[in-house]
Every structure is written in structure tokens, then in C-alpha cells.
Design a protein around this ligand. Structure first.
Ligand code: TYD
Ligand code: MG
Length: 458
């Protein structure tokens, strides 16, 4: 019998080592390097990879000229949900593998069941459920009123059986829910372990590329936001998208983390209703559901999410601190950025908040990672500190530099247009983002320095 190959792999980041060590030198995590049995070399090919010598993309090794490779546009398959297509970069690409991640209860199974029921009306589709029974899936589909007569369903967790079924059925779109329960007979470790997840996902991905079908893999995410174990998957799949939402909110965001066929950081927004996941077509309206009265500490900004602007409200609360080391808490924003902005405010705005607790929050559970939120956050903090509400029809965006300068942000015109569409009449924007011709009904205040911005609404 051929010798068993083993490797040592970090379960957090997927780094490989030739021998065991206590700490992963790549991600710094302790006790995460585990032994992975790669299965007997040579024999494994028999079941898992149909063509033993076939490479990852399915073709036999043969070098070609770059210009000789046929590149006619492959038609994408529309998923039927516009928000899902947006995140994918325009639809499902045949021959690709997509990982849909999310914490339990986020709605991964619901989203994929809805998508597949609709897709199945036009092309052969297969839903492989490893977590729920066939009855549970059918009950859910019936309750949601989905078209049920075309979708084929299978309860299976063995990867060899799944591959055999795919060979027989030849579906165009396959869902495997979830990759953590799929296991192979050739590998000794338990389902969900790194070696199982990695080898099974590799076999399924290889099959998708060879057969030109779309593979949608469901993956669970751990508490700290990383995919449990299958962080190692991210190298082999084509797209990785994450379905997120806080437990108390019915809104779910779908975000691309890696996409070989489109831009990442596109945001799709859904609402979980008793009729399943529904697309939210006008997200600005829901995140801006504000009270009638102007209140201090609230500022509205326009973030740029992928290819579209989104209006969000940033709130700040500044309060006398009882602690020697006042708290700086940022939810939905970057903590370090908040500390930096407070320093800029002190140095260049002359406002001393060293004895104040500062809390900042983005309403609606959205995460704002852009620097364009700087100015809105600063003005929200000043507004709360002075207990002086900002006008309700004011929108603010701009990056704040360390010397107190206000820097331009991309797509300024589109951001202003979105704000105007939602009834905003005033805007504080970086000088370089000021529109060349006036926007009807909107007063734009261009600013170059932090002091000018502070003076603009005082
Ligand atoms: P599910 O798709 O099973 O989540 P996942 O596969 O990501 O673990 O969704 C489960 C949650 O969604 C559950 O907590 C209840 C909620 N839900 C609704 O509110 N309405 C619905 O119509 C459905 C199907 C689920
Ligand atoms: Mg599920």
C-alpha cells in the first residue's frame, strides 16, 4: 500500500507546515496547527478525481498560447434575485464554485432553496441537503409557496455518492448544504475537519469545472467571523460570499469577499420575512428611517457600496466619563479610525474630549469601512458634544487627513445625486468633490479644512 501523506495545516488560516508547531507563524494563532491526512497517494484519485491526472480546471496538461484560448463571453445564469446577481457580478458563471458563508440562522438555506426553485423551471438543478431531511426542505418550500415541481432533491453527505449522482443527473446548478457535513470514505478524520472539508470541496469543485456546472457550497461561519475550518477553501473556490445579519434585525446583507468574475464589496440587501428572503430594492430608504425631530449626535452620510450609493445614519454619543481611561466604542466603524479622528479634532478643531466617553454607531447594522465616513462621524461627535442637532436635511461625506485637511472621495457627484433624490437640501463635501454646476434645490458647502466644516453648521 502506498505511503499515507500527512501535512500540518492551521485551522484558522490554512497555512501548511511540514511538522507540528504550537503557534501558526502566519496568523499567530495558538494550538491551531493540526495533522491532516491527505489520503494514500495515488489511490485516492480513483474515487475522488475521475480523471486522475486532470488538473484543477479539468483539462489535461498542455501549454497553449494565451491568444489561442477561446474567450467568447460565457452567458451568465441569472439567479432570479437581482441583489444576489449584483453581488456575484452579474449572475452565476457556468463552471464555477461559489461558497455561501454565514452564521447559523442567517438564511443561507432559505436563499439557496428559493434561488434553486426558480432556476429549476428553466434548467436541471439539484439540491443536496446534508443538514435537513427531505421532508424539512419540502415543508419549507411549500410554506414559502415556491415552485416545487421541477427541483430535484437529494439527502446525502458522502462525497463519492454525490459525485456519482452528479455524473448521472448532470444538473446545471448544484447546491451542497453544507460542506461541513460532507465526508469522503478515503479520509479517516471526522466530517467537518480540515482534511475532510478540503478534499471534499476540491473534488466537488473539480467536478464543477470539468462539467461546466455551477456549484454553490454552503459554509458555516464561526463566532469570530471566519469560516469554520474551510478558511482553507478560499484558495480553490471562485467566489466567496457572506450572508450576514444581526439576530434582532430582519435585514440581511450579502457581500462578496472574493470574486474571480466581478468586483468584490458589492452589497446585496435582503429582508427576512415570514415569506422567506425578499430583496430590498431601495436600501437607502430603510437605513434612513429617522424620527421627525432633529436630534443631536446624528449625521447622515453617503457610502459607496460597490456600484451604488447608500445613505446611512451615523450616531455619536459623547458623555462625561467616570473612568480614568475614557471609552471609545465604535460599532460598524473602525475603532482605530475613531481614536485617530478624536486626536485630529483635538489638534485641529480645538475640541478636547479627553475626559469624555465617545460611542459611535452606524444605524441598521451596516458596516462602513470607507474613509468617506470620517467627516460625518466627526460632525456627529461635535453635535453630540455641543448638544446641537445637525439640520435634518444635511448630508455629509469626506475623508479627514491627519493635518486636518478634508480629502476628496470617489464618486462625489453620484453621492450628491443620491442624497438629492432622497430629499436632502444641504451638503458638506470636500472642496474637490464640489459639483461644477449647481444641483437644483441643493446647497453644497465645499470645505478644505476641518475648521471650515465645524464653522459650516455652527
Ligand atoms: P435558514 O435558511 O435555515 O438559515 P441557515 O441555513 O443560514 O442556517 O434560516 C433560518 C432562519 O430564518 C430561522 O431562524 C427563521 C428565519 N426564517 C424566517 O424568518 N422566515 C422564513 O420564511 C424562513 C424560511 C426562515
Ligand atoms: Mg441551513
Amino acid at each position: 500500500m502506498a505511503k499515507q501523506k500527512t501535512a500540518f495545516v492551521c485551522t484558522e488560516c490554512g497555512s501548511d507546515y511540514s511538522k507540528w508547531q504550537g503557534q501558526c507563524s502566519d496568523c499567530g494563532a495558538w494550538n491551531t496547527v493540526t495533522e491532516v491526512r491527505l489520503g494514500p497517494a495515488g489511490r485516492r484519485g480513483a474515487a475522488i478525481s475521475a480523471g486522475n491526472r486532470a488538473g484543477f480546471a479539468g483539462a489535461r496538461p498542455e501549454a497553449k498560447l494565451l491568444s489561442d484560448i477561446a474567450t467568447e463571453e460565457v452567458a451568465r445564469i441569472a439567479s432570479g434575485a437581482g441583489e444576489f446577481d449584483r453581488v456575484l457580478g452579474g449572475g452565476l458563471v457556468p463552471g464555477s464554485a461559489i461558497l455561501v458563508g454565514g452564521s447559523p440562522g442567517a438564511g443561507k438555506s432559505t436563499l439557496l432553496l428559493q434561488t434553486l426553485c426558480h432556476l429549476a423551471r428553466a434548467r436541471p438543478c439539484l439540491y443536496i441537503t446534508g443538514e435537513e431531511s427531505l421532508q424539512q426542505v419540502a415543508l419549507r418550500a411549500r410554506r414559502l409557496g415556491l415552485p416545487m415541481d421541477q427541483l430535484r432533491l437529494m439527502a446525502e453527505t458522502n462525497v463519492e455518492s454525490i459525485l456519482a449522482a452528479l455524473e448521472g443527473d448532470r444538473p446545471d446548478v448544484v447546491v451542497v448544504d453544507s460542506i461541513q457535513v460532507v465526508h469522503s470514505d478515503d479520509i479517516a478524520s471526522a466530517p467537518g475537519s480540515v482534511s475532510q472539508v478540503r478534499e471534499c470541496a476540491a473534488a466537488l469543485t473539480r467536478h464543477a469545472k470539468q462539467s461546466g456546472s455551477v456549484l454553490l457550497l454552503v459554509g458555516h461561519v464561526t463566532k469570530d467571523g471566519s469560516l469554520a475550518g474551510p478558511k482553507v477553501l478560499e484558495h480553490m473556490i471562485d467566489c466567496s460570499i457572506l450572508l450576514e445579519g444581526s439576530d434582532d434585525s430582519r435585514f440581511r446583507t450579502l457581500r462578496g469577499q472574493k470574486n474571480r468574475f466581478g468586483a468584490v464589496n458589492e452589497l446585496g440587501i435582503f429582508a427576512m420575512t415570514d415569506g422567506g428572503l425578499r430583496e430590498v430594492k431601495n436600501p437607502s430608504a430603510i437605513f434612513l428611517d429617522r424620527s421627525e425631530e432633529a436630534s443631536s449626535g446624528s449625521a447622515v452620510m453617503v457610502v459607496w457600496e460597490g456600484t451604488r450609493p447608500l445613505l446611512v445614519e451615523i450616531q455619536a454619543l459623547v458623555d462625561d466619563s467616570a473612568l480614568g481611561n475614557p471609552r471609545r466604542v465604535a460599532v460598524g466603524l473602525e475603532q482605530n479610525r475613531l481614536a485617530m479622528l478624536l486626536a485630529v479634532l483635538h489638534r485641529h478643531g480645538g475640541l478636547h474630549l479627553g475626559d469624555q466617553d465617545v460611542f459611535a454607531n452606524v444605524v441598521g447594522g451596516v458596516k462602513v469601512l470607507e474613509t468617506s465616513a470620517d467627516l460625518a462621524l466627526l460632525l456627529a461627535i461635535v453635535s453630540s458634544f455641543r448638544d446641537h442637532p445637525l439640520p435634518r436635511d444635511l448630508v455629509i461625506f469626506g475623508e479627514v487627513g491627519l493635518s486636518g485637511e478634508i480629502r476628496p472621495v470617489p464618486s462625489g457627484q453620484e453621492r450628491l445625486a443620491e442624497a438629492a433624490k432622497h430629499g436632502f437640501r444641504r451638503a458638506i463635501v470636500p472642496k474637490a468633490n464640489a459639483p461644477k454646476s449647481a444641483i437644483p434645490g441643493m446647497e453644497v458647502v465645499p470645505v478644505r479644512k476641518l475648521q471650515e466644516a465645524l464653522a459650516a453648521f455652527a
